[in-house]
Design a protein around this ligand. Structure first.
Ligand code: CP
Length: 316
């Protein structure tokens, strides 16, 4: 594997899931693999889990780690080609990516959707440009449309906790007052489409995800019906894709509660975190044995380690 930007970069999804489980059992087995190699983690947006888990995974593989908060600590980067740079951005990605590629063997990038212009966000210009100009493998730490390290950790978590060969997995929209990107929901659907699960997506009218991410999922606007018999309930808010970036609904009736979880088949609750308690999901659900949110976050380390190991093996 070279880049890890989307599932199209992954030759074998199941091998990567197994790789995460193997790394979890024996974290330091490949300590020599990353010796004298450096990963640079570039954050255009805030992070807790992605930052710490990817740093830890790289260290488990013997790598050196550099972390840069691009928006705060560095020059503003211009992404567009051929512009007159007389605005706020002092450096072009052509130079910046190429320079960082001189210092780092792998570069991780986090750059969220701006939710102003759908075509601009869905073109993934930041990742296109880093891929083009860095000269080293690029790892997606969450882009405008995808969060594949989170999705891989979610796949690992479902593999660990499933009690049926083909579990029912329900992605449910949850209420939120702010406009949030579709990246986690898109990515979750995309990766679930590669797994042997019954995938149901439930959301209010106007919150359809892009068809290329939705894939084979069944879509229901009746949350209670969707939850019937679920083995896993994955909660997430996202803003509208069709009325791009807008908050069309903020109805607390969509919040996840114990009463709703009782409709499932002893289902587990998942969320990528961070989560606003009693806005999206009640304390009672999050504090119950049904909640897998900490297990998911723990698996971020093993997902990142599986990905970095495959990239390092590809460099040999
Ligand atoms: N789930 C996730 O990506 O968490 P952070 O935004 O804290 O990295």
């Amino acid at each position: 594997m070279n880049h890890f930007i989307s599932p199209q970069d992954v030759p074998d999804l199941n091998q990567l899931i197994t790789g995460g489980i193997v790394a979890k059992r024996n974290p330091f087995a490949d300590k020599q693999l990353g010796e004298n190699k450096t990963i640079g983690l570039l954050f255009f947006n805030s992070s807790l889990r992605t930052r710490l888990s990817t740093q830890k995974a790289a260290q488990n593989l013997g790598m050196n780690v550099i972390v840069l908060n691009v928006s705060q600590d560095s020059w503003g980067l211009e992404m567009e080609e051929g512009v007159v740079m007389n605005g706020a951005n002092a450096e072009h990605v052509k130079e910046a990516a190429a320079v960082i590629g001189q210092y780092c063997d792998i570069i991780g990038v986090r750059s969220f959707a701006k939710l102003q212009d759908r075509d601009a966000d869905y073109s993934e210009l930041v990742f296109q440009q880093f891929r083009k100009y860095a000269g080293v493998p690029i790892v997606n730490l969450e882009s405008a449309t995808r969060h594949p390290l989170q999705s891989l950790a979610d796949c690992i978590t479902i593999e660990e906790f499933k009690v049926k060969a083909r579990p029912k997995v329900v992605l449910t929209w949850l209420p939120h007052f702010k406009a949030l990107p579709q990246a986690v929901a898109n990515s979750f659907c995309e990766w679930m489409n590669g797994m042997d699960v019954e995938l149901v997506v439930t959301h209010p009218e106007g919150y359809d995800l892009a068809p290329e991410f939705l894939g084979k999922a069944e879509v229901l606007h009746d949350q209670n019906k969707a939850l019937e018999g679920a083995d896993f309930v994955y909660g997430k808010n996202w803003s509208s894709y069709t009325s791009y970036g807008q908050v069309l609904v903020n109805d607390p009736a969509w919040m996840m509660t114990e009463e709703k979880m009782a409709r499932t088949d002893n289902g587990k609750f998942m969320h990528c975190l961070p989560v606003r308690r009693n806005v999206k999901v009640t304390d009672a659900v999050l504090d119950s044995p049904r909640a897998l949110v900490i297990e998911q976050a723990a698996n971020r380390e093993w997902a990142a380690q599986a990905v970095l190991k495959e990239i390092l093996l590809g460099m040999q």
